[in-house]
Ligand binder design. Sequence first.
Ligand SMILES: NC(=O)c1ccc[n+]([C@@H]2O[C@H](COP(=O)([O-])OP(=O)(O)OC[C@H]3O[C@@H](n4cnc5c(N)ncnc54)[C@H](OP(=O)(O)O)[C@@H]3O)[C@@H](O)[C@H]2O)c1
Length: 319
Amino acid sequence: MRVFVAGASGAIGTRLVPQLIEAGHEVIGSHRSPDRAERIRALGAKPVTLDLLDALAVRKAVLEATPDAIVHQATALANVSFSKSLDRTFAQTNRLRTEGTDTLLAAAREAGVRRFVAQSFASYAREGGMIKTEDDPLDPNPLAGTRETNAAMRHLDEVVTAAGGVALRYGGFYGAPNDGLIAPIRKRQFPIIGDGGGVFSFIHLDDAATATVLALEHDGPAIYNIVDDEPAPLREWLLVLATALGAKPPRRFPRWLARLVAGEAAVVTATESHAASNAKAKRELSWTPRYPSWRQGFLAAYASITIGDRPRTRPAAIT
Ligand SMILES: NC(=O)c1ccc[n+]([C@@H]2O[C@H](COP(=O)([O-])OP(=O)(O)OC[C@H]3O[C@@H](n4cnc5c(N)ncnc54)[C@H](OP(=O)(O)O)[C@@H]3O)[C@@H](O)[C@H]2O)c1
């Protein structure tokens, strides 16, 4: 197939393009920053500079590319600074998930594109069973400061499936040297809050890309959770991740202190999050994650890239 990847130069896009080419597809990869073209070309795709929020440019790019399939992986999360309001941090990404998705879908319709796969996130209700399937409701009562972000993900899921496409609700990405969690954990700025009982789902970027290639072969409409096999509470994975990064153990903050420093949404996320099941994706896409658990994945991802930065420890005294 001719596959148009919107956001080919990002964290997942750069993993996805080589896997698509390996699977025999021809890839046109979009990027927004002009200096990313060479990177995309080096991955084996034809680069195209595109702002997804420019509807005319999107229409032109898609009609010129004449793709069989479109994969929407554009987000604007590089170099953002996280504030107490997730909606502020995600403002541009929310536009890419709403306006950007609508614009790409309109162009896809006009160009007669057969397959449409888009990036969503596994953000489920914080009540009921801890591990959610695709049939469980998304968070019906998002906290203040997260409502626009939740609404944008809901919008993407709805319009993509209404158009016969596939929405992939990924877990938390990891596996790149610039993963967002690395710096705060090294600086001990990512504490265990309260009992750290919020349960999270992760996915290695390579596994997310593999599932995306398989989803392209699948008839929609459909929604899949693309997460690993081991949902885990914050208090467990954060310790393992700090060790994998050679960082000191995370601090522990009571809820009231975390609320003052990071806000209510951070407290609720750390203590009440629910995670997702990958059973449907494994069954229907015949997908098997190479890193079934973040336990192996964190070590594999960070062993080589962090070694030079590990804190020096004193040699044990000789007795
Ligand atoms: N599920 C998750 O946990 C999740 C999901 C998304 C991102 N993240 C994390 O967020 C961090 C940053 O993500 P990222 O590296 O993928 O960077 P990013 O800035 O989010 O970029 C993603 C892609 O979207 C493109 N893009 C950005 N704005 C655009 C626009 N207005 N129109 C069209 N395309 C646009 C980028 O192009 P340029 O490269 O040219 O800017 C890039 O190709 C990474 O650590 C990633 O793992 C996590």
